[in-house]
Design a protein around this ligand. Structure first.
Ligand SMILES: O=P(O)(O)OC[C@H]1O[C@H](OP(=O)(O)OP(=O)(O)O)[C@H](O)[C@@H]1O
Ligand SMILES: O=c1cc[nH]c(=O)[nH]1
Ligand SMILES: [Mg+2]
Length: 213
């Protein structure tokens, strides 16, 4: 729970917090950064998927036949927001190998900080799926709002958004625009600076994952 939002879950697990601190360090290189993002996504995915429905199926053990729970259906979609969201995909698909994967391409205008779309391809049909949108950074919230808009336009209904670091401004904007989603946050940082970067943050997540700049 974050402020009045009962559907915002702020992580407090020591392993997640430790790994986020390692991400923040400007001396953490690309290789380690990528690995940490993947590990954090897996740890956060474990929590975010804790409400997946189960159904009892019949299994024969070496001892006897029993009814035992397994995930009901295979109706999960992971949707990274390009580019930086790509770094979180492998962590979640390690938990859910048969999930479908969509992609939404957005970049922030350097001056206005508003998002621009350049790609959108989602698994179809999407109506019945639990959709987990992943992006390490929720800054102004413009990209997240737009990503969820696209998914809803395509018929998506059960939407979870997972980010590693969020600014308070981004949480407010996303939850005001889409109060029906579930938001999973690794850590809530202090504020945005004049360039709409998260403080203290970790810099540009995309550049740090892909070694660009
Ligand atoms: O909340 P916002 O203010 O919209 O900012 C967050 C967005 O900024 C970053 O992407 P960026 O535009 O840098 O693209 P990239 O992943 O290709 O580097 C980040 O990965 C988010 O998508
Ligand atoms: O701090 C920020 C803000 C937006 N995007 C990033 O990658 N980092
Ligand atoms: Mg970037």
């Amino acid at each position: 729970m974050y402020k009045e939002y009962s559907n915002v879950y702020v992580n407090s697990h020591p392993l997640v917090q430790h790994k986020i601190s390692m991400l923040r360090n400007k001396n953490t290189g690309t290789n380690e950064f990528r690995k940490l993002i993947e590990e954090i996504a897996m740890l956060m995915g474990y929590e975010a998927l804790s409400d997946l429905p189960l159904e009892d199926v019949e299994i024969e053990t070496p001892i006897e036949t029993c009814m035992t729970p397994m995930i009901a259906g295979k109706k999960l979609a992971i949707v990274p927001v390009l580019r930086a969201g790509l770094g979180m995909v492998s962590g979640i698909t390690a938990l859910t190998p048969s999930a479908k994967i969509g992609h939404i391409g957005l970049y922030r205008d350097e001056v206005t900080h508003e998002p621009h779309e350049y790609y959108c391809k989602l698994p179809s049909p999407i109506e019945q799926r639990t959709i987990v949108v992943v992006d390490p950074m929720l800054a102004t919230g413009g990209s997240a709002v737009e990503a969820v808009n696209f998914i809803k336009q395509h018929g998506g209904k059960k939407i979870k958004f997972m980010c590693v670091i969020a600014a308070p401004e981004g949480i407010e904007r996303l939850m005001k625009a889409h109060p029906d989603i579930q938001l999973y946050v690794g850590h809530v940082d202090r504020e945005l600076n004049e360039n709409a970067y998260i403080c203290p943050g970790l810099g540009d997540a995309g550049d740090r994952i892909f070694g660009t700049k």
